[in-house]
Design a binder for this molecule. Sequence first.
Ligand code: PGA
Length: 247
Amino acid sequence: MTTAHEQSRNRLVIGNWKMHGNLADNAKLLAALRPAVSTTQIAVCVPFPYLAQASEALKGSSISWGAQDISVQKQGAFTGEVSGSMLKDFGSTWVLVGHSERRSMHAETDQLVADKAQAALVAGLIPVVCVGESLAERDAGQAIAVIERQLAPVLAQGAESVNKLVVAYEPVWAIGTGRTASPEQAQEVHAAIRAALQAIGAGNVQILYGGSVKASNAASLFSMPDIDGALVGGAALVADEFLAIAA
Ligand code: PGA
């Protein structure tokens, strides 16, 4: 069965709040986002404790929400972990998996990231699988090889699974640095990801770019043929800036 999400490459902009926010600031940000009307699909991935707040503030709006990580386990003695069904309980649509900050600071392997994507799909969530090379890897001419390696265990899950997820290309050297990949640099990698997806029959999966996306560079990135939207960190914490990216 093809869901509405599958096989469509509509523009998608997701905010990644990372470990930012508090009840008072979130309330202002969510209230400013809530009225947004856009042909772009807009979402926010918030810290776990604020999922209830996001669902209260955004329900009935055009903006969807989700989390930044998920356990591969369904339930049990896994202290500190949060399951997919818990995320669903709060109306989540999305969950980030394999963000570079989790790969590097929490030693998440390519296989674990793929397993998290699978856990998300089983729970009825849309995983946003993040991939990206470091500066040293790029300078060594390894960018595309690294991304193919990161994606391999995800693609091994087959077209039926892969057609239900989103990929986000986030070069590590562009995250939070103010240094964006040029549209051409990003497009080169997006085209390689598209080819890898096409090879397994999942060529219409949305591929987002992430890394210092701002209102001032969004349009040039979005003009590239294989860039379907953005995963936005810092700029997602400022309502006007975030909505300007989506616009
Ligand atoms: P940034 O973060 O937009 O602040 O660079 C992007 C991300 O890490 O998802």
